[in-house]
Design a protein around this ligand. Sequence first.
Ligand code: DQA
Length: 162
Amino acid sequence: MTNKVIHSTNHLQTFKNKENFATMKILILNGPNLNLLGTREPDIYGSQTFESYFGQLCSAYPKLLLEYFQSNHEGMLIDKLHEVGFSYDGIVLNAGAYTHSSIAIADAIAAIQTPVVEVHISNVYRRESFRHHSYLSANCAGTIAGLGLDGYRLAIEWFLQR
Ligand code: DQA
């Protein structure tokens, strides 16, 4: 089976299997500064780029339609939640620092129908106290923190098994 990855200018990648058929649609949505994964504070976030990790995920789940979108802008993240939040089966969201500040993203998660799993690469509870509170968690199905990039895979596994 050959995989197809489509790149576009706004950090969007779409994956479909060869038959253009997907059993489930899952969006991975990354917020501010996560475009710099691989070079950003590697002692905290590791040295792998998200694009490279996303390629691995696509290979590991050839029957899923996996989409990846990243933005540094709060409104763009909200627009994306609205866009897929009534048709996709799952959203894996790492809102970055907006986690700790954005009532607007929390409201967007509450407004949509697609369940959202919150992911943090680092263990936010071992870090500065301002990272201990998430405005998003109460509106999410669950939260995975501190397990590195593998947290995204674990979130996908939850969507597959629910
Ligand atoms: C993060 C944790 C946040 O506190 C931080 O602002 C990030 C990344 C994580 O994945 O560990 O940008 O969400």
